[in-house]
Write a protein that binds this ligand. Structure first.
Ligand code: SF4
Ligand code: SF4
Length: 151
């Protein structure tokens, strides 16, 4: 299943490298967050246990590991792939589900803080793409219903 999401050859290189550990903000600041261990477990076929770990949700998707990486691959891909599978299985922190539900309902993750923007002299925020999103989401659901997929 993970094969569909990850390039194992590149991950092999990653498991021998570890160069981006020291520039990953989560690695440096969060005790126990170590994608090197996750990647080793993925390569050993022992990755299911990470689906219930909070670690996979602690990746900030800041892309620092991709920026520095000589193969433009690595830590982030492993964590994203595990999060994707966990989410499909309904294993996720409640905040993530709440955020997703709100996004589906309103097409927004929150409203811009207008007074703060005004104070900072920022212009009116751009109109949200809520209507376009709703149309696309309805099309996606229709397509999935036709193909018999649930995710
Ligand atoms: S994208 Fe995730 S794994 Fe990569 S540097 Fe940022 S926090 Fe670390
Ligand atoms: S993501 Fe790239 S730089 Fe980081 S450990 Fe893997 S191969 Fe090395």
């Amino acid at each position: 299943m993970l094969n569909a999401h990850l390039n194992f050859k590149l991950l092999e290189m990653c498991s021998k490298c570890g160069a981006c550990f020291s520039i990953c903000p989560s690695c440096v600041n969060l005790p126990g967050y170590d994608p090197r261990i996750v990647i080793k477990d993925i390569l050993a076929g022992d990755w299911e246990k990470w689906l219930t770990s909070k670690s996979i949700w602690q990746c900030l998707e800041c892309h620092h590991c991709l920026e520095i990486c000589f193969q433009h691959y690595g830590f982030e891909n492993a964590m994203t792939a595990l999060r994707t599978i966990a989410a499909k299985r309904g294993i996720h922190p409640t905040q993530v589900k709440r955020g997703w539900d709100m996004f589906v309902k309103t097409s927004k993750l929150g409203d811009p803080a207008l007074p703060a923007r005004k104070k900072l002299g920022l212009p009116e925020p751009a109109k949200s793409g809520a209507e376009e999103f709703k149309k696309l989401y309805a099309l996606l659901k229709e397509k999935k219903a036709k193909s018999g997929k649930t995710h």
